[in-house]
Design a protein around this ligand. Sequence first.
Ligand code: CA
Ligand code: CA
Length: 360
Amino acid sequence: MKTREKIRHVLFILIGMLLFGSIGSVSANESIIDGGDSFENAVLLEPGSYNGELSIEDLEYYSITNITPGQKLTIKVDIPEAGLDYPRRNPEIILYDQEKSKLKSEFKGVGGNEFGSLTVYWTSNSNEPSYSFYLKILEKYLASTEGPYSYIVDISIDDCFDADSQTDAGNTFDTALNTTPGEYTSYFEMESGDDKVDIYMLSLESGDKLDVTVTPSGDAQFEINIYDQDRIKMSGEYSANKGAIVKISETSPSAQDVYIEIKKRLGTSSDKEYSLNIAVENGVETEQTESPTEDTSAEETQTEEIETEETEAGETEAGETQTEGTQTEDTSNGGSSIPGFGLLITVTGILTVGYLLLRR
Ligand SMILES: [Ca+2]
Ligand SMILES: [Ca+2]
C-alpha cells in the first residue's frame, strides 16, 4: 500500500508539473504577433515568446533594441511539426545589425514529424553603449497554395559580463574596463558576436608586482599582453598548448595605470568562458615594512646629498672668497689708499723732523 501511495503521489506531482508546464507554455505563447513587411516598419519585440504565422509572401520583420555591451541576444524560432511527409517547410531566420548588415542566419527544411528549431544569437562588445537588431523570418520555398503555418519566436537576453562588471571589457584601450585584483569569470564571443578582445585597466604603485592568470574552459588557447600607461607593450604570453593556463608577471617601475589585454587564439566555439585571476604583490608595502631604516637611510642620503651640495657650495664660496682675496691682493699690489696714507704719514714725519732741525 505504501509503495502504491508513493507511486500515486509521484504520479500526482508529475501530472501537476505537466499541467503547470503546458499552462505556462500556453500563456507564454499567448502573445500573437505579426511582423512588419520591411526594415522600415519592423515590429519591436521585447524579450518573451510570441506566436506568428508565416508564408512565402508574408515575410516577418522585427526589431529588438536596448541590448547593452556584454549581453547575449538569443533568438529561437520553433516550427511545429508539419505532420506530413510533404511539403517540407523551409524557414530561415536572419539577424541583422542596426545598419541592416547581416550578422547570422539559419535555414532548415522541416518535414514529417520533425519539430523544427532555429537559433541565432549575438554577443556585443563595448564599442557602443547600446545596440539594436533586426530579425527577418521567412519561408523560402513553400508554395503559396500550401497556406501559412505557425511559428513561435522566443527572444531572450543573457548577461555575459566580464569580471563582475555590468559590461564587456572593451576591445580597445579607450573602452578598457577598470578593475581591481580578484578572481573573476569573463566571456568571449567570436563566432557569434564581436567580443574578440577584453582589455582591463588596473592601477599599480611603483614596485607593485602584477600576476595575471587566465584559465581557459575547454581547449581554448589564450594570449595575454600587458601594456604600460603609454600603451606600450611591456610583456606578452600565450597558452603553450590547447587548454593550457597562461600566466604573466610584470613589475611596475612607477605608479601608473596598466592595461591587461586578453585574446583568444584558438578553441571551439563552445569555450566562451574564461577564468581571470589578477593579483598584485605590493612592492611599496614590502619596502615600507623596512621603511624606518630605509626611510632614514633615504633621508640620510638626502642629507648627505644636501651636505655635499652645501660643501660644494662652501667650496665654491671659498673659491669665490679666494678669488675676492686675490682681487684684494691684486688691488693692494696695485696700490690701495691704506699704504698710500702710511707713506704720506712717513713723508709728513720726515718733513716735520727736517723742519724742526732747520729751526734750531
Ligand atoms: Ca568580454
Ligand atoms: Ca571585449
